[in-house]
Design a protein around this ligand. Structure first.
Ligand code: GAL
Length: 414
């Protein structure tokens, strides 16, 4: 065990040297795009198409006031329905003049002025998802307009593009071509832009699950859409609950690395009353957030940040849990033990510590155990990442876990 600690520390030190080398003397190295999982906020889970520039600006204000920006949430992403349903006479995209009368660059400038970054949604096909579902007029997808649209995004100061296939047409090869075209168009702008893709909508099997999109995107959706519910029982079909998604994502751990993440969809922490789902309990929301941290998933909040209750703010602002997510190794936790519904997760960290999650998927409180063999440690200090309590321990790690709860510990070998 001690050996792997030393090895991890050495690798980290070497990685640090490698990163520092390309910088010119005296110039700090630019961090690589999405070197750790992107964090931010997106309009879709709470508001769908009900968006306008004042709402987005007030959300940027709230990210600052709530402390979320300073905790690491950077990107303010406007999802579907921001655009004019008609391109301009020269074929350009523009914001919906009624709801975004100041234009998208002005919204981006406002977001940047708050020390945040700016993101937008678009599709590689002809219709966005809302257009395809007849919830929004027009056909303004980027298919055939990729380079011009990428230049438009860059000129507006876009830092993050969510790019969603959203069409029943297209083979996996067509999708690879379509997503690669926009990757190259974004690169040609010279602006660092986080590239988030979804190959799943309207497709079965889900090509975000089947195919490894490493090298094409920074993050790729692995499942159908999440809703604020613990479980639907659906096998990667709409709609998905927190645990349904975890089951799909667990099989894809090998893909996650710095600069590429499995995207199990955006957070439902603090999101209530959607499509008949009342929302997660606080215990479930804490487990959802902790599991997304363990899985090195993008942490894209979806709640109304202007009106969150204190417990939701505590969950989203828990810096110990965020540190698990933002670790520079970017390893996705392995499921090391699954006795049916009592699961043990283990995530190695760059400093040689490990994070252990005990997830109780049953309807009753349980005592869960991670054995020393699963931990790879027998003497350690354990920090409870929800209470901050630190204890010296030896032997198996045991904890009482509430129904639908997760206990998270960071363990330092001694
Ligand atoms: C879905 C996507 C959602 C949201 C929606 C917009 O395909 O999974 O996250 O972006 O489209 O219409």
């Amino acid at each position: 065990m001690r050996r792997s600690f030393v090895l991890a520390a050495t690798v980290t030190a070497l990685a640090g040297i490698c990163v520092a080398l390309p910088a010119e003397a005296g110039t700090p190295a630019e961090p690589a795009t999405a070197a750790t999982p992107p964090m931010g906020w997106n309009s879709w889970n709470s508001f769908g198409c009900e968006i306008d520039e004042n709402k987005i600006k007030s959300m940027a204000d709230a990210l600052v006031a709530s402390g979320m920006r300073d905790a690491g949430y950077q990107y303010v992403v406007i999802d579907d329905c921001w655009f004019d349903p008609n391109r301009t006479a020269d074929g350009s995209l523009r914001g919906d003049p009624k709801r975004f009368p100041s234009g998208m660059k002005a919204v981006g400038d406002y977001v940047h002025g708050k020390g945040l970054k700016f993101g937008l949604y678009q599709v590689p096909t002809e219709k966005t998802c809302a257009q395809r579902n007849n919830a929004y007029p027009g056909e303004t997808g980027s298919g055939g307009h990729e380079h011009a649209d990428a230049r438009t995004f860059a000129s507006w100061g876009v830092d993050y593009l969510k790019y969603d296939w959203c069409s029943p047409a297209g083979t996996l090869d067509d999708q690879i071509r379509g997503f690669t075209t926009m990757r190259d168009a974004l690169a040609a702008t010279g602006r660092p832009i986080v590239y988030s893709i979804n190959a799943n909508s309207y497709h079965f099997p889900k090509n975000g699950q089947v195919h490894d999109w490493n090298g094409i995107a920074h993050l790729s959706r692995t499942t159908e859409d999440i809703k604020p519910v613990w479980k639907t029982g659906n096998p990667n079909e709409y709609p998905m609950g927190v645990t349904d998604i975890i089951d799909i994502n667990n099989a894809l751990t090998e893909r996650a690395k710095p600069g590429y993440y499995n995207d199990p969809d955006m957070l439902e922490v603090g999101v209530y009353d959607v499509e008949g789902y009342p929302g997660l309990t606080d215990t479930e929301a804490r487990a959802h957030f902790g599991m997304w941290a363990l899985m090195s998933a993008p942490l894209i909040a979806g709640n109304d940040v202007r009106a969150m209750k204190p417990e939701i703010s505590r969950i989203l602002n828990n810096r110990d849990v965020i540190a698990v997510n933002q670790d520079s190794l970017a390893r996705q936790a392995d499921l090391v033990d699954s006795q049916g519904t009592a699961q043990v997760y283990r995530k190695p960290m760059a400093d040689g510590s490990i994070v252990v999650g005990l997830l109780n998927r049953t309807e009753t409180a349980r005592d869960l155990t991670a054995t020393t063999a699963q931990l790879g440690l027998d003497e350690y200090t354990a920090r409870d990442l929800h209470t901050g309590e630190v204890t010296g321990r030896s032997g198996d790690l045991k904890a009482a876990v509430p129904a639908h709860g997760l206990q998270l510990f960071r363990l330092y070998g001694s």
